[in-house]
Design a protein around this ligand. Structure first.
Ligand code: RAM
Length: 904
């Protein structure tokens, strides 16, 4: 019987990736064990290159037995070949030094640019051919969409002498594409190749198409839309879309390997044929127009006569910016049928999905006559008289039009658009649809869910669900805000405040590592990171808290996932950012070059002085650069930035902290930043925390923070010994609070505390998203504070786990689980009248430090035995017993009297 088992094998933080271009990809695994106090004493990795055909596999790396508890290693074997599948397995030795479990996985190398793409060209249409296909004047165009062209259909027929043994399609687009072989989609990925800073890199992905090809004629085809390349992006009013180029293009290489080892390549070039199709336009923000009367005719399959189609033209031959996809693709991950469909007096129908989602509708239509036009409009909410409320979409039309073919049953789902909506209004629909005829397809980057949280308060559970929905809807290729309006940008501050929460719920290591490349690409010559990444439009250098994400995100990824490589690659840019601030602010108060300084964005009645906020971030970034330098073994840099951080801290304390511990401005966010970033002299910390607590009380247990302070509220109050106030804020349901929106039926987190209020109605339509993750950054505390899952301050990758639950508020139980890079951690507590029970799961490896909350530390039992018999007791405090707990599942019980203050 195996006890210690590796699982969750990953390469570059992805499960069996097919497109790896790193020369030394990292291989990692998690551990579980059926034994208590187990740990990995050694491992061995073996990697073999799989021969496509006949000749047998070759071993390319064997680490031999390595005495180590590490659960990841960078490949260091024979040079990896392109377009090759590698199988790898890992064996582990357990705590007794005996061989134990093993597991295997695979990864595949990509085309390895620059040379791998040679021979393929970006192909597109000759604009001159378009009028040939344009239907006579058609009123489907609006002011916005009149510049958009039909989606491009591309096809290439070719013959294969026999069935291949192995075939891979490598594809990308300047735009978005769906590729198919003989009419069958090559994958379920959506909106490929996703958004990246196209001026820097365009991602490509590999697909296994072996099973789709056959002997004889085959057809490779692609449908290509504008996407982020030439469609509407963001809100820059000076541009009618088309940020990167004026029309989309497609690039692909097909590799076919036959059983006898012979290889054949086919690439995109002028031998392809093109034609516009039934999709007259498909834009991410504006929506889609699909005319189903156009006969399909099997255009993407063999046998179709394409002789009337013009040849594609070459848009460019520079393929050097193509890079292997870094993260999971976007997919449709669930489908939600409407919960209610109602007919309106004006003849329209409104369907309610019951959940604010990001995606699109799959509509079933029966018995419509050919040419009937059905218009779908989307909105997050309704106006007071029950109609769609679309004012907050600003210029985004979020309008799909389907022209019926007249088939008895038609099913329509747009291809290259997605909307942020809960309600869809149908006009022109024949009759009233059944709920199952209107189904919401939920789209997002398919990062695996790794966290679970539940507790005894349904409102807090709904808040947690809303936070997750915000993550789903806004993680579409890049982390964005506002999926409904003409924005959807990768705002840096939003991302850095939410990352710890995002990483609780899902494995976002690859997703954020990919986005960091856009952050780095957006750094300007002076060293400033941007406000948004990918960088677009009128935004210039990043504001305090925004640009700082260029330092904070790599650091956080290192802490949460042990990803040292991202720290190493980002390090030069991180130093340049800090130097940029220093150079323009020699007295170390950050007031010059603050970009568009957003302050504590969307705070509610408590403006934190700009210099306080900015200087606090300056200290933080300098400190993190120093810490990163230590991790990376750069003592000279470490000393330099530690000294800078100390200087900025000193200046902050001199200028902004009074002798009574007051932080200039006296706002919650001011105290939170000062306390969290260590800017208050130690002797004044308690006083400063007291002012923070007093402010919360003065506001009758309401928060006043915006995006910058919000993630720190509960953690800082908890550390200051005021968990009672953290819970008071969590349970608060009058305005402003997290549960205020929950009380009013929110199914996602809002951008603004006052997005809607009973007195004021909707906030200004100029900026009012009902699906935004920033204010949901309290999610981290649900796992880390309420359930208590965390790690020691100097630990990375959960090497030194700390479990410190904080029972309190109205909760009588809470439970969380989290798959970390090391393995699964669980913490669940429940209270009865006079006892607390705590169940903890510690993955194999170093013992965890568990703080058992109890009013009588002497009463703690571990698995039914006095604590000292089972675990090493580290400390007894008033209110908790601290012990070193070996891996495995343990139950703690102890005396409990709720001593926390009552919730008002
Ligand atoms: C708005 C959004 C976004 C925020 C910027 C400053 O566009 O709220 O999330 O980061 O402002």
């Amino acid at each position: 019987m195996r006890s210690l088992v590796p699982y969750g094998l990953a390469c570059e933080f992805l499960d069996e990736p097919t497109t790896v271009d790193e020369s030394a990809p990292r291989l990692s695994w998690r551990l579980r064990s059926s034994r208590v106090a187990d740990r990995q004493s050694a491992y061995r990795i073996r990697v073999t290159a799989e021969a496509a055909t006949g000749s047998g596999d070759t071993e390319v790396w064997d680490t031999g037995r390595i005495e180590s508890d590490a659960t990841s290693a960078a490949y260091d074997g024979a040079a990896l070949r392109r377009c090759t599948r590698y199988r790898w397995d890992v064996e582990v030795w357990n705590r007794d030094g005996r061989p134990d479990g093993h597991a295997s996985s695979s990864f595949e190398t990509g085309l390895r640019n620059p040379d791998g793409w040679a021979g393929a060209a970006w192909i597109t249409r000759d604009e001159n051919t378009l009028p040939l296909f344009e239907p006579p004047r058609d009123d489907h165009r609006t002011l916005n969409t009149r510049h958009l062209a039909p989606c491009l259909r591309l096809r290439r027929a070719f013959a294969l002498p026999r069935r291949p043994a192995r075939a891979r399609l490598y594809a990308s687009a300047q735009g978005v594409y769906r590729a198919s072989v003989n009419g069958r989609p090559v994958s379920d990925a959506e909106l490929e190749p996703g958004w990246s800073d196209y001026r820097d890199r365009v991602q490509y992905r590999a697909y296994d198409v072996t099973a789709l090809l056959g002997q004889g004629t085959n057809v490779l085809a692609a449908l290509v839309g504008d996407g982020w390349w030439s469609g509407f992006v963001g809100f820059d009013p000076r541009r009618a879309g088309k940020i990167y180029g004026d029309r989309p293009a497609f690039v692909a290489r097909l590799l076919v390997e036959f059983p006898d080892g012979e290889r054949m390549w086919l690439g995109t070039d002028e031998t392809w044929r093109e034609s516009p199709g039934p999709v007259r336009h498909s834009d991410l923000l504006m929506g889609e127009f699909h005319d189903a009367r156009e006969p399909h005719g099997g255009w993407d399959r063999p046998g179709f006569d394409d002789s009337g189609w013009p040849r594609a033209i070459v848009a460019g031959r520079d393929t050097t910016k193509l890079r292997a996809a870094r993260a999971q693709p976007v997919r449709v991950t669930s489908r939600l049928p409407a919960v209610e469909v109602s007919a309106r007096p004006d003849g329209t129908v409104i369907a309610d999905l019951g959940q604010n989602i990001v995606g699109r509708v799959r509509l079933t239509v029966r018995g419509a006559e050919p040419g009937r036009r059905i218009v779908l409009r989307h909105a997050e909410t309704l106006d007071p008289d029950g109609g769609l409320y679309t004012a907050n979409l600003r210029r985004a039309e979020a309008r799909d039009v389907y022209v019926c073919s007249g088939e008895p049953v038609e099913v329509y789902e747009p291809v290259f658009t997605c909307h942020g909506f809960r309600y869809v209004e149908l006009s022109g629909y024949p009759g009233v649809p059944e709920p199952g005829d209107v189904v919401g397809a939920v789209l997002h980057s398919d990062t695996p869910w790794t966290g679970e949280f539940s507790c005894g308060d349904p409102d807090v559970e709904r808040l947690h669900a809303n936070i997750r929905w915000g993550q789903r809807g806004n993680f579409v290729s890049v982390p964005t805000d506002c999926p409904q309006r003409d924005e959807r940008l990768g705002w840096l501050a939003d991302a850095q405040v939410f990352l710890p929460t995002a990483a609780r719920g899902a494995d976002v290591a690859a997703f954020f590592a990919g986005w960091m490349e856009d952050v780095l690409a957006g750094q300007d010559e002076d060293g400033a990171f941007g406000d948004v990444a990918p960088k677009v439009s009128i935004l210039r250098e990043g504001a305090p808290g925004w640009g700082d994400a260029g330092v904070i995100v790599p650091w956080t990824l290192y802490r949460l996932y042990g990803d040292e490589r991202i720290l190493d690659r980002s390090f030069p840019a991180m130093t340049r950012w800090v130097e940029h601030i220093r150079r323009h602010n020699p007295d170390l108060v950050w007031r010059h070059r603050t970009g568009r300084h957003y302050g504590d964005w969307l705070q509610i009645g408590a403006e934190t002085p700009r210099e306080v906020l900015a200087t606090a971030y300056f200290a933080r970034s300098a400190e993190l650069v120093g810490k990163a330098a230590r991790v990376l073994g750069r003592p000279g840099d470490a000393e330099r930035y530690e000294a800078l951080a100390a200087d900025v801290r000193r200046v902050f304390a001199d200028r902004f902290v009074g002798p009574d511990g007051r932080v200039h401005g006296d706002t919650q966010t001011g105290y939170l930043l000062a306390l969290e970033f260590g800017l208050v002299p130690p002797e004044l910390e308690q006083a400063a925390a007291g002012h923070l607590a007093a402010d919360v009380e003065k506001h009758d247990h309401h928060l006043t923070t915006g995006f910058i302070g919000v993630s720190l509220l509960c953690p800082v109050l908890t550390r200051a010994g005021r968990t009672d106030l953290a819970y008071a804020l969590l349970h608060q349901d009058t305005f402003p609070s997290w549960l205020f929106s929950v009380r009013h039926g929110a199914t996602t987190v809002w951008e603004r505390w006052d997005g809607w209020t009973p007195d004021g109605g909707f906030q200004s339509a100029n900026m009012n998203s009902f699906n935004h993750y920033s204010l949901g950054a309290v999610g981290d505390w649900l796992y880390g504070g309420v359930a208590g899952i965390g790690q020691a301050p100097d630990s990375a990758g959960y090497r030194h786990i700390v479990v410190r639950p904080r029972p309190g508020g109205r909760l009588t139980w809470a439970s969380a689980a989290q798959e970390t890079v090391r393995g699964r951690i669980e913490s669940a507590w429940s209270l009865t009248d006079d006892r607390i029970a705590l169940d903890v799961l510690v993955p194999p490896g170093e013992p965890a430090t568990v703080h058992v909350p109890t009013t009588a530390p002497g009463t703690v039992l571990v698995d039914g035995r006095p604590a000292a018999e089972r675990v090493e007791v580290l400390a007894r405090h008033d209110g908790e017993l601290v012990c070193a707990v070996p891996s495995g599942r343990h139950r703690f019980t102890a005396a409990w009297h709720p001593t926390h203050r009552r919730i008002p």
